[in-house]
Design a protein around this ligand. Sequence first.
Ligand code: 5RP
Length: 217
Amino acid sequence: MSQQRLKIEVAKAAVGFVEDGMTLGLGTGSTVNAFIDQLAAAGKRLDGVVSSSDETTRRLKKIGARVVDLNHTGDLELYIDGADEVDTHKRLIKGGGGAMTREKIVAGASRQFICIVDESKCVPVLGVFPLPVEVMPMARALVGRKLIGLGGQPELRDGFTTDNGNLILDVRNLDLVDPRAMEDRINRIPGVVSNGLFAHRAADRVLVASEQGVEER
Ligand code: 5RP
């Protein structure tokens, strides 16, 4: 089965958790795009959707969904998003699409976070995927030096600006054996907006698609 087919299968399974009348939080990326398609195909009648990126908003509007402002919703029942890596404790690396700051905000406002991935994203220990760090442009060099001080090898994501007008440093080689500690350490660097570790707000459920079908891990 192709990776795209696996994304469609896990997206279909996630639609099963969505109830009519819900206000849903939604992430960003190709798996989320598959989920939006499946949501439309299932004819779910949502009250509204809080989006985590301009791209997700654009796709939601295309299927006629009502995109709402998080400031007007209160806590959300459910947040659905993909990930770049998932460990056995449901902790994640996100931000391959550069949307992790808004994703973290919407996930933080949600009572349940269902993460949808294909099996290639499951790892025993986080850190093969370079960790995305969103930085304010004037702090790029400072944050880079501090990340080197933490043992990482940061690289500026070329030609990329986030929806918030900031830059992304993709960081290799960080020791992520204790992801909560590293999430905190990086957040304390002045100029860091957020980083792609979802260790404090890990997923509540992870749905994984493989050749054998979709299972919760
Ligand atoms: C975007 C993300 C995505 O969830 C992550 O990059 C996975 O994307 P995809 O579903 O395309 O593999 O964190 O910021």
